[in-house]
Write a protein that binds this ligand. Structure first.
Ligand SMILES: Nc1ncnc2c1ncn2[C@@H]1O[C@H](COP(=O)(O)OP(=O)(O)OP(=O)(O)O)[C@@H](O)[C@H]1O
Ligand SMILES: [Mg+2]
Length: 414
């Protein structure tokens, strides 16, 4: 068969997906079943922005384990709050900053300015100057904002206490200022609170919204709704949705993680499509469940925003670990592999010190382990390991992401 015929045959096959994106993690659904209580709580906490804006700067803490809908809930709340305010002729903006991607105070403030479209001079401003520009811009335009610092624990850990303090206590010492900035802090790990100053900590403890892991019944409702958007009718049976919900539900020993449950649904759908099946069977689901280990999901999440060269380096590590079948690989070998991959990808390899910094970053976000070898090895060398897997699945994800990055670069010339 010619490649043209092959392509025609594949592309003309009917699809089981009506709207595949609606199963992707970034997709923002219109409804969030079983998060009604949390949305109401948020509304109560921010009500003053409608009734008497400017009186104080609200700060709220969202705490919940992975995949419990924290990000989705904050975003949907923000979207609808802005809409409501608009009806009341109030200019309120919702800003969502991912602190995993923006780990320094400078980056967070820059992101804030960017999303608020604050005009900044092209000469480099200091953080303080930039923040001042943001605050005056809000004043001049008579605007209020709710700023969500998502995955806030990364920021707190890396940027440090003073940086958190800088943001959380924006208006301290300015009792007469109109309080235009309000914050939502999101974290999986409540011990991150210890990274705050004690006044902010005790304030936030009284303004907590908890997100519990989902039960199977809750996941069943979530999956049914999302499946309805994603698949054509008749593709997936109710019993199968129930099965996935029970495999992931907290009450059945699962993690209660909606992202994981949705991923199973997506992978099962993809497996069915690959086989040319017009329905999703239990076998497809079983296969999907075996791939979707919590480790893999966490991995997929944490590599999503890595810079290209950190990805290439990670790829080098995974390839070497697979090839040698050893528990760890040496820094020197990783670097050689990295240089080789860079050549293959037409990228200029970064220098040793930079590469070393990448390793430190990957270690800090717990994607890899790295330790300096003790005596016994000739000279000291850094040993790198990854203690979860399977590595072939990790490698596939990294490759996909690198390919995506490279095409983005080609398209946008960034
Ligand atoms: N109640 C819900 N209804 C519908 N979809 C949901 C619900 N809760 C979560 N989801 C979906 O599950 C996925 C994970 O949710 P989300 O990203 O909000 O979790 P999270 O708590 O922020 O997790 P993490 O701690 O990993 O950041 C998203 O695709 C989201 O749309
Ligand atoms: Mg999140």
């Amino acid at each position: 068969m010619s490649s043209w015929d092959l392509l025609q045959e594949e592309l003309n096959k009917p699809s089981i997906f009506r709207q595949k994106e609606s199963l992707m993690p970034e997709f923002l659904p219109d409804r969030l079943p079983h998060r009604e209580k949390q949305i109401r709580e948020l509304a109560v906490f921010f009500k003053h922005l409608i009734s008497s804006p400017g009186g104080f700067s609200q700060k709220v803490l969202i705490v919940g384990r992975v995949g419990t809908g924290k990000t989705a809930t904050a975003r949907i709340f923000g979207r609808d709050f802005v809409r409501f305010a608009k009806q009341k002729h109030l200019d309120i903006r919702y800003i969502h900053v991912n602190c995993y991607r923006n780990r320094t105070l400078y980056n967070v403030v820059l992101e804030l300015a960017r999303q608020l479209e604050v005009p900044l001079p092209s000469r480099g401003l200091s953080v303080q100057e930039m923040y001042k520009a943001v605050l005056s811009y809000l004043d001049e335009t008579n605007t209020y904002a709710i700023v969500t610092l998502d995955e806030f624990d990364y920021f707190a850990r890396i940027a440090g206490k003073e940086s958190v303090y800088f943001l959380a206590r924006t208006y301290d010492g300015y009792p007469d200022m109109i309080k235009r900035l309000n914050f939502i802090f999101i974290t999986r790990d409540p011990t991150a609170l210890a990274l705050l100053d004690s006044a902010t900590e005790s304030y936030l403890l009284r303004h907590i919204i908890r997100f519990d892991p989902y039960t199977s019944n809750e996941l069943y409702d979530i999956l049914s709704y999302r499946a309805q958007l994603a698949f054509y009718e008749g593709v997936i049976d109710d019993n199968i949705i129930r099965f996935i919900a029970e495999a992931c539900g907290r009450d059945r020993g699962g993690d209660g993680n909606a992202r994981q449950a949705l991923q199973v649904l997506l992978l099962a759908g993809e497996a069915a499509e690959k086989e040319g099946s017009m329905t999703i069977t239990m076998e497809h689901v079983r296969k999907a469940l075996s791939i979707v280990s919590p480790d893999i999901i966490r991995f997929a999440d944490s590599i999503l925003y890595l810079p290209l060269h950190e990805l290439i380096l990670l790829w080098a590590i995974v390839r070497l670990l697979r090839r040698t079948d050893k528990p760890h690989v040496k820094m020197g070998d990783v670097e050689k592999e990295y240089v080789m991959l860079c050549e293959m990808l037409n990228e200029t390899p970064r220098r040793h010190t930079q590469v070393y910094e990448y390793i430190t970053n990957l270690k800090r976000v717990a994607i890899i382990n790295a330790k300096v070898s003790g005596k016994g090895h000739r000279g000291r060398t850094t040993l790198i390991s990854i203690d979860y897997g399977p590595l072939d699945a990790l490698e596939r994800m990294i490759e996909d992401l690198i390919r995506k990055r490279k095409t983005e670069v080609n398209m946008f010339g960034a």
